[in-house]
Each structure stands twice: as C-alpha cells, then as structure tokens.
Ligand binder design. Structure first.
Ligand SMILES: Cc1cc2nc3c(=O)[nH]c(=O)nc-3n(C[C@H](O)[C@H](O)[C@H](O)COP(=O)(O)O)c2cc1C
Length: 310
C-alpha cells in the first residue's frame, strides 16, 4: 500500500497531522502536558482556551449541560488574561511536540488588537480570532454577526501581528458566506468553522433555564450536519482564494473527519469528543490514514473539496 503523508500546510504553518484540538476543550494544555505518554504525534495543533486582555472569572454555574447528541456550554471565557498566558503558561508548554494557536477574544475591537499584540510577541504559531463574542459598544451583538464589524476585527489584528491569523466564524448568522467573504477580503489567512450554535436547556420543574447564563453554545454530534453544510458553503468562496478551513462541529470519528475534508476542510478539529475520549486524536488520524490509503491518495490535500454533485 502507498504510504500517505499526513503533513498539511495551514495558513503557512506546517502541521504534522490535520487533526487539531479545539479551543476551550483542552484549556491551556496543562493536563495534556502532565499526562505521561500522551501521543502528541497525532495532534497537528492545539488551539488554546479563549484569552482576553484582563483575567475573567467566566459565567456563574451551572456552565455545562448534556443534551441529546451534544452539550451546551456557557463557560464565559474564563481565563487568566493574555499577559499571564504568555509569561507563565506558554513557557511550560512550548516545548511540547505540536503547534500552538492562541484563541483571542474581546469586548471591543481595540481589545482584540491589544490581545493580538501580546501574542505576537510570544512563541505561538498563529492567532485564532473568536468573533462570536458580544460587542459591548454595539449593544452586545456578536462581532461575527455583522460582516463589516468582523472585517474590522480582522484588519485590526492583522495590523499588529505578523503571525498567521485564523478567523473562527459563528454559525449564528443568516448567511455565513457573507462573513467569510468579508474576513477573507480583510486578510485572514484561514477560517475555522463552525463555532457553537446558540441554544437553551430548560429545567421544567423549576421553569428555569438549566444554565446559569440562561443560554449557551451547542456543540457535539448534534451540530455536525449544520457544520458540514457551512464548511462546504464557505469552501466555495475560500477555496478559489487559497484560504484553508479548519472544519469542526461534532467530529468524533475518522469518518466524520473525512466528510469535512471532502466538504472543503484542510484540517479538522476535535472539541466535545475530547470530553469523552481525550486520546481521540490518534484513533481519528489512524482511521483517516486508512481511508486515504484505500482511496490511493498521497496526502490529505488531494481529498479536500472533492464532494460530487448530488
Ligand atoms: C466547553 C467548551 C468551551 C469552548 N470554549 C471556546 C473558546 O474559548 N473559544 C472558541 O473560539 N471556541 C470555544 N469553544 C468552541 C469549540 O472550540 C468548537 O468550535 C465547537 O465546540 C464545535 O466543535 P465540537 O462540536 O467538536 O465541540 C468551546 C466549546 C466547548 C464545548
């Protein structure tokens, strides 16, 4: 059987594997770093927990609830602040044999710029922008819900960093391709899709939302069909511009991962699946390699966006 080269290029960053671990699902990697024998060779990159300028406590509990085929979370960007991450956390994980992307968030466009500037002067391999956060100056609407505002965030970040920038799109919009187009025009080097879908769980006895925050982000297998469609739609405009996509949303198995690649993803991410199986990356990568070998491809780039017409 032909050997398959698992290496991919994501926004100019060479990854040994197309399998990544998603933001918020492995914290700042402290646990994985301590886990003896954790197989980093299957993990192309790790997206660190969303980081803001100042430390944040996050939302009040309960912050997570299981739903059918998924989970709702309203962690609320709990993090120790960008300066602390760069000065005290990155030095303890940067030796690990994988790539790291910061995941940045803010309440104002200026805050995104300041956080990006702090990570620009750090060993991370790139910066992922989470534009699903509420914009306090615009009544709390998410930055990612308006193509113009989303583009403004990307331009602001691009101005202060020479590192590759990945923009993570929200599915909570009418037409995700308009936002994708705007952030590509603003200079993003890659796109992550999709972030969680807003949802609610209700405690019927108390007639109250289960989550302390009232609402939260739905993730896990329940959102996979939505994510696949959005990745495929984004690929129609990102593909011709040479902009890679990190496909995510409910991926649990190698088969899920291959579906995302066929839809147009260059890399894929494991998020909620890690809560059940923190070691899942190896299993998924091995399964992907077996699929690729059956198809006779030399690398995963050959599979990207090869979906046939219905
Ligand atoms: C507990 C939890 C925390 C998350 N925190 C972040 C975050 O800080 N920043 C971010 O961009 N996405 C965050 N996400 C979204 C994930 O990175 C991912 O995009 C989403 O969950 C879809 O993938 P999945 O269905 O495989 O989990 C979080 C998701 C979960 C479940």
């Amino acid at each position: 059987m032909k050997p398959l080269d698992t290496a991919i290029l994501l926004a100019g960053v060479p990854l040994a594997s197309p399998v990544t671990l998603l933001s918020g699902c492995v914290g700042f990697c402290e646990d994985l770093a301590r886990m003896e024998g954790f197989d980093f060779s299957a993990v192309g990159a790790i997206f660190l927990k969303g980081t803001t300028l100042q430390a944040r406590q996050g939302n009040r509990p309960p912050r997570v609830v299981e739903t059918q085929g998924g989970m709702l979370n309203a962690i609320g960007l709990q993090n120790p602040g960008a300066r602390h991450v760069v000065d005290h956390i990155l030095p303890t994980i940067q030796h690990l044999p994988t790539r790291f992307f910061a995941n940045i968030a803010g309440s104002t466009v200026a805050e995104y710029g300041e956080v990006a500037r702090i990570f620009d002067d750090s060993p991370v391999d790139g910066i992922e922008i989470n534009i699903s956060c509420p914009n306090v100056k615009e009544g709390g609407a998410a930055f990612g819900s308006d193509p113009k505002v989303a583009a403004h965030v990307v331009e602001t970040v691009k101005r202060v960093t020479s590192k590759p920038v990945i923009t993570k799109l929200s599915p909570n919009v009418t037409d995700i391709t308009r936002v994708a187009q705007a952030v590509i025009d603003a200079g993003t080097d890659a796109i992550s899709a999709i972030n969680t879908l807003m949802g609610m769980a209700i405690d019927l006895e108390k007639r109250r939302p289960v989550l302390g925050n009232g609402q939260g982000g739905l993730s896990g297998p329940a959102i996979k069909p939505v994510a696949l469609l959005q990745v495929w739609r984004i690929h129609q405009i990102a593909g011709p511009r040479g902009i890679p996509i990190v496909g995510q949303g409910g991926i649990t198995t190698a088969r899920d991962a291959m579906e995302f690649m066929v839809a147009g993803a260059t890399a894929i991410g494991l998020g909620t699946a890690l809560f059940r199986n923190p070691l899942g990356a190896r299993e998924v990568l091995d399964g992907m390699v077996a699929w690729g070998q059956r198809l006779g491809v030399a690398n995963f780039h050959e599979i990207r966006g090869t979906l046939n017409q219905p």
